[in-house]
Design a protein. Structure first.
Lengths: 115, 117
């Protein structure tokens, strides 16, 4: 079965620090990859997604992620975080099998940005 | 509607009671998903609907949990004889196409916070 792991449970950074959140998945076939964000008190929303093409994808609010197929990874990055980036970040993998779509989410990484 | 809506937003119930949680997906979305998010945990997949049928029920934690979707739109998640470990936020999401290619983006509702006393 597919699985998604996220390297860090809780990351604490100061404003302007660079961010990289790790995400690895286990599935040998074609995958579609997503990062979702959940700001405090809000519901999950899409940050960025990768389906095909350029493995470096850019999302909203200055976030980007790089798909490295050989490493089964889809790490999220931002060069300079802001206090407003404090949120929970979820990596997700979508695959297609005989039953249709199969979305698997990682356990999430909580990001706290100190002002 | 403009987004996925869920009702109620909060539900407090006593152990042993049945509860029904409702999800209204984005109009025209054929795929609908239910997840559970427990305190400090990630998202746990429960069930997925493609139209009115549920090709994947593997995530339902026990036979106390069931879900249905009628008219290809509204879905109801029912938990019978609730237990304290059922306390969680239940999230619903919908996507446009569903089974076609796995490229769908899911749009999430605000969730229903269930507390079982």
């Amino acid at each position: 079965a597919q699985s998604v792991s996220q390297h860090n449970h809780h990351v604490i950074l100061s404003e302007a620090a660079s961010l990289e959140l790790g995400c690895n998945y286990s599935y040998g076939g074609t995958v579609n990859l997503f990062w979702y964000v959940q700001y405090p008190g809000q519901h999950l929303q899409l940050l960025l997604k990768y389906f095909s093409g350029d493995p470096l994808v850019k999302g909203i609010k200055g976030f980007e992620a790089e798909f490295i197929k050989s490493k089964f990874s889809f790490n999220l990055r931002k060069p300079s975080v802001q206090w407003s980036d404090t949120a929970e970040y979820f990596c997700a993998v979508n695959t297609l099998d005989n039953y249709g779509q199969n979305f698997v989410f990682g356990p999430g990484t909580r990001l706290s940005v100190l002002p | 509607g403009a987004g996925v809506s869920q009702s109620p937003s909060n539900k407090v119930t006593e152990k042993g009671k049945d509860v029904e949680l409702r999800c209204d997906p984005i109009s025209g979305h054929t795929a609908l998903y239910w997840y559970r998010q427990s305190l400090g945990q990630g998202l746990e997949f429960l069930i997925y609907f493609q139209g009115n049928s549920a090709p994947d029920k593997s995530g339902l934690p026990s036979d106390r949990f069931s879900a249905e979707r009628t008219g290809g739109s509204v879905s109801t998640l029912t938990i019978q004889r609730t237990q304290q470990e059922d306390s969680a936020v239940y999230l619903c999401a919908s996507s446009l196409v569903g089974g076609g290619g796995g490229t769908d983006t899911q749009y999430f509702g605000p969730g229903t916070r269930l507390t079982v006393l």
